[in-house]
Design a protein. Sequence first.
Length: 195
Amino acid sequence: MTRHGLRRLAVVTAVLMAAACDSSRNTATKSVLAPRLDGATSRGYTLLTADVNSDQTKTVTIDQRGGSIHVQGSALIVPADAVPGPTEFTFRLHTQPYVGADLSAVAAHGQRVTVFPVPLTLTISFARARNQISDPSKIVVLWVENGTVLGRLPSTADVKGKKVTTTVTHFTEYVPSIPDPNDDSGLNSSGPTLF
């Protein structure tokens, strides 16, 4: 196994161990740190946690005319021409081990749809988060895959509504988070992101 592969394995193992050690009575007081792909530094993002497991999943069929799917104050807006025909969109809002949204789509012929020709608007509610958030306007959406942060998306936080909104062109897991103010990786900047 290459050095990069070993590093990735160590990062994934650490995340899984942290999740396994978390219990419902201490979730609200613990911060969950998400490692970046470069995993070599201790800097990262504090993921938002909730003290209650309130996962909810909703599935809606949306066609080329567009549509939306709403789950517990969160939403996915699919614009016209994002899909060529009837597509079953599934939005799973989860709260354990951290708050996040898993998105998936399946076309009428049974093939998974993972990339979209026009951006979709994703809003994730952080109303159930139990973290102490000193400045909610700094909350951003991260692109996470297999427990590793791959990128930060340009995001707009609605402090009063306790929501954060971004646009996405592919489906994976997305999580609201508090960026480390000392992070110098470039993922934390308002400049280029991974997509």
